[in-house]
Every structure is written in C-alpha cells, then in structure tokens.
Design a protein around this ligand. Structure first.
Ligand SMILES: C[S@@+](CC[C@H](N)C(=O)[O-])C[C@H]1O[C@@H](n2cnc3c(N)ncnc32)[C@H](O)[C@@H]1O
Length: 241
C-alpha cells in the first residue's frame, strides 16, 4: 500500500491523527530530507529513502516501486500533499505504470490554514491559493490568475512568494493586485509557521517589506473588508453585529 501523507506545516502538534498513525505503521518512508527530519522520532528502525530538493520524480518512482513489492510505504510532503505537494505527481505516475498499487492520500494542514489561524481569521470569506513559482506554470498564466483573483476581490494566499531565483515575482504580483485593491489592504505574513523560528506579522500592501519574505513564508492579502482588531487579521463573514 502506498500512502501519500501531508505532514502539516512543521510541528507534530499540527499533524493529523491519521498521518501520525500511518507514519508509525509503514515499513518505509520516502521523502525530502527536511521533511524526514520533521518526523525523525517516529521513524526509528524504518527504511528511509531520501533524495534532494527537486528530486520529486525520483522519489515518486521509488515509492511506487517499493509499494509494488507489497511493502507499506509512505511518501511524505509538507502541509497537504495535494496542495503543491507530492500527491498529484504520484497519482499521475502510478496511473501511467503497469504495476497495480493501492494508494491512499492522507490530508494535512496546509500553510494557508495554519498561517490564517496564527494571524486571526483572514479566510472567513472566499479565498484562493496562487503559487508564484514559475518553475512549472508560465509566469504569464500566474499573472493572469493574480489579476482575476484581485479583480474579484478574493482573499489571496500566495505560496512560493519570493526566492533568490525569482526575487521580483512578489513585487510584480502586488503591482497587479494594486490595480484593484487599495495600498492599505491588510496583508498577513506567516513565516516558518509552526516551526521554531515562526514569525507572524500583519501589515498592509504599501508597508510590506519584501526583503522579509522568503520561500518558507506565506503571504495572505485580504479583501476590501479585511481589517485588524486586537492585533488579529479578520475578514468578516458578513454577520451584522
Ligand atoms: C511547494 S509549496 C508546498 C505547500 C505545502 N504542500 C502545503 O500544503 O503547505 C511550498 C510553499 O508553501 C508555503 N509553506 C509551506 N510550509 C510553510 C510554513 N511552515 N510556513 C509558511 N509557509 C509555508 C510557502 O509559501 C512555501 O514557499
């Protein structure tokens, strides 16, 4: 059996019971080394298969091969495995292979949900996820999506917001958002959420310091009604108070 397991954003407190149970019961764990470290204390004595960053295809192939031999194997992903994680790739590869492997996807707490809870309640109305990584999606397509989301006044959760390789993507995305939203729109920043160096910050589009944003950060841009009260970022659901 092949389990595709979302580990949550970092701390074991935010792993689901099912994810913990699965990690403990399987014979083999396949994952990127950083994620293996997150569950180190649960996997003593198990076979560990790891590859470096960008080794997703190799990891998926190995996990499918091991599962096809009859072993129980878990391929691990941060957050939720089905949100910019390993689930889609593993399912696509398995569908193309001749070997029959039973697969179960186990959900995890994705970065936006964990950051939202740390910041307050910014996702109380319609929201969307957009990844600013143009490694696999063309930048023009991403820009169109940012434009459409901002025009429709969604709360926008920006994954992969800024890296050394693409230092300007966030800036460009915010410029597009500013076509429709005010510079005073509330922005929540969750950096290393549920990890040791966690920093959560509430600011506005105009005051956002892009140099503080890196690849372990999620940026949540509010909608027109999002406001701050008692240091919490709140997007009203619409109740009359
Ligand atoms: C390739 S995506 C993986 C998303 C993951 N599958 C999830 O559901 O959270 C990586 C991006 O997720 C966000 N992210 C993942 N873990 C995070 C954390 N603990 N704190 C803040 N952002 C995080 C960042 O935007 C990062 O660039």
């Amino acid at each position: 059996m092949l389990y595709i397991v979302g580990l949550g954003p970092g701390s074991q407190q935010l792993m689901t019971q099912e994810a913990i149970k699965t990690i403990k019961k399987v014979d083999t764990i396949v994952g990127y080394i950083t994620y293996i470290h997150l569950v180190e204390d649960m996997i003593k004595g198990k076979k560990i298969v790891t590859t470096g960053m960008r080794g997703e295809i190799e990891r998926s192939k190995k996990a499918i091969e091991i599962a096809a031999t009859g072993k129980d194997v878990a391929i691990i992903s941060s957050g939720d495995a089905g949100i910019y994680g390993m689930a889609g790739l593993v399912l696509e590869m398995a569908a193309k292979e001749d070997k029959h492997v039973d697969i179960k996807v186990i959900p995890g707490v994705t970065a936006s949900i964990a950051a939202a809870a740390a910041l307050g309640a910014p996702l109380m109305n319609d929201f969307c996820h957009i990844s600013l990584s143009d490694l696999m999606t063309p930048w023009d397509v991403i820009k169109e999506r940012v434009d459409a989301a901002a025009k429709a006044d969604f709360v926008i959760c920006l994954y992969n917001p800024r890296s050394k390789g693409r230092p300007n993507n966030l800036h460009e995305a915010l410029d597009i958002i500013l076509k429709y939203k005010s510079p005073d729109t509330v922005v929540g920043i969750g950096k290393d959420v549920a990890r040791k160096r966690e920093i959560d910050k509430i600011t506005t589009i105009k005051d956002l310091d892009e140099t503080e944003i890196n690849m372990t950060t999620i940026v949540i841009v509010g909608n027109k009604n999002t406001y701050v009260a008692d240091d919490r970022m709140i997007t009203p659901r619409g109740y009359t108070l």
